[in-house]
Write a protein that binds this ligand. Sequence first.
Ligand SMILES: Nc1ncnc2c1ncn2[C@@H]1O[C@H](COP(=O)(O)OP(=O)(O)OP(=O)(O)O)[C@@H](O)[C@H]1O
Ligand SMILES: O=C(O)[C@H](O)[C@@H](O)[C@H](O)[C@H](O)CO
Length: 168
Amino acid sequence: MVVLTGVAGCGKTTVGRALADALGWYFEDADAFHSPASIAKMSAGIPLDDADREPWLAAIRARIAECLRDGESTVFACSALRAAYRAALVPAGPSDETRARVRFVFLKGEPGLLRRRLLARRDHFMKTDMLDSQFAALEEPAPGEADIIDAARTVAEITAEIRLRLGA
Ligand SMILES: Nc1ncnc2c1ncn2[C@@H]1O[C@H](COP(=O)(O)OP(=O)(O)OP(=O)(O)O)[C@@H](O)[C@H]1O
Ligand SMILES: O=C(O)[C@H](O)[C@@H](O)[C@H](O)[C@H](O)CO
């Protein structure tokens, strides 16, 4: 499993779909796991808090566990901004083994670039003014915790780089 992480606008969904297509894997977007209340909250410009995110992360963890169990290689797009959120996504199991099967990729982008992307994006509940709160919540993964990739590169370049690092 690959989990693409990072703040809004870094390209999780766009890269995730391209990567899943290139690998012949399934794709799951964490946005589809939010409760209607959380979507309404974000749409109103209010950032989620830990309590909002807890059941959401648990639902994604359950889906990751199913994929691992059923051998369904899947790319997940999930912000997973904090270290505790990333830890919450890894299903229980023989810890090192399970952890090794969930690979985190962090798409690292500058606020100015991501702001421009969100301003240009249409028909999405997550508006540009949420970006500051996304960066405030962000705990960047350490290099050993995730593959860190420059979000400013093209989708094709990022996809190729992730495939290279996966050895795929
Ligand atoms: N590498 C890229 N180069 C240029 N544009 C990109 C790139 N990645 C994404 N975009 C564009 O930036 C916008 C945001 O991308 P996307 O929706 O994939 O981000 P996201 O991280 O999934 O955001 P969110 O967390 O809000 O769902 C989209 O309009 C997308 O087309
Ligand atoms: O943890 C969060 O604050 C949320 O997951 C957001 O990151 C949104 O889901 C996403 O970025 C909007 O598309």
